[in-house]
Ligand binder design. Sequence first.
Ligand SMILES: Nc1ncnc2c1ncn2[C@@H]1O[C@H](COP(=O)(O)OP(=O)(O)O)[C@@H](O)[C@H]1O
Ligand SMILES: [Mg+2]
Length: 349
Amino acid sequence: MTSLEIKNINKHYGAVQALHDVSLSINKGEFVTLLGPSGSGKTTVLKILAGFEPVTSGQVLMEGRDVTALPPEKRNFGLVFQGYALFPHMSVYDNIAYPLRVRRQSKAMIDERVLAALDLVQLRKFANRRPQELSGGQQQRVALARALVFKPDVLLLDEPMSALDKQLRHDLQEELREIHRSLGTTFINVTHDQEEAMHMSDRIAIMDHGQIKQYDTAHQLYRRPASRFVAEFVGKSNVFQGEVRGSGSSARFYSASFEMPLADAQTGASTVMIRPEDAEITTTAPNDGRITLPVQVISSTYSGDRALYTLLQSDGADFIAYAPARSGVFPDGTDIFVSFASQDVIALA
Ligand SMILES: Nc1ncnc2c1ncn2[C@@H]1O[C@H](COP(=O)(O)OP(=O)(O)O)[C@@H](O)[C@H]1O
Ligand SMILES: [Mg+2]
């Protein structure tokens, strides 16, 4: 069931158009991430959802009801925003209790809810500390508890982990997923970190220049990117520019390096992509119908279970490929072959 819907939103800040006809629908209990580079409009979408910024045109619907003009305090949304810092002079307990006190809940109710929220983020033993007596990750968990304590319909998170180091970020991702699972609240998260988005989300909206480029599951975005921007933003890729000639079942893709069938592709300029894990490297050219390119090893990054190679093609372009590395890696400068199956070549719009 659709919980929240953004319909054809345009947003101008003076002369700057921050959002261009953005539409998004989010199901009840879904974990959706807005992923995009800095300045792509992610925070603006969250601020509009929260009610902090008016739209220039378009609508926000909550369970079918138009809430576009509803003030923030009437939306029952939990917020973990940058600049929405903890109150430094209050204890952890009082920080988390604050939204309930504002809502004039009874003392007994406040106590019950705050203790439950502290348990949720595993901070009960820090209830009496001040925020500055906690680590960055613990402070973010307090912010999370404060945003969830009043049982919001939707939780909005604006890069909640961006200030944390990698290990902490990973731990908090796990925790956030667990909390989402246990509560069933709709979560809308913003990040520019594609791994974070892929680890946590039911669906991801890829944003660029104020537009949603694609809205889909991590798997679809990775295997079926709609555009070069999405292909390059989500994971690593090898992109080839070329041309489709012919049409229907006899359409073929031609690039400077190789050609192959590309049934039902649009005739004309075309771009295709191969993921690095779909390529294989061998010392002799395989003779099994795979597309094969002679390459030279430029460099490799060994990570125990495998190696990531950067390879030089004869036309001077790079190609990246993962390969097993049980028996070591090919030294830089080695002439080898990279090959891939035509069914692993992904056509981009
Ligand atoms: N208050 C504002 N006044 C003017 N321009 C703004 C304001 N807030 C954001 N912008 C502009 O809108 C665009 C989108 O910003 P933002 O939503 O913050 O992007 P993101 O969160 O993806 O980094 C950027 O070009 C930014 O400079
Ligand atoms: Mg932002």
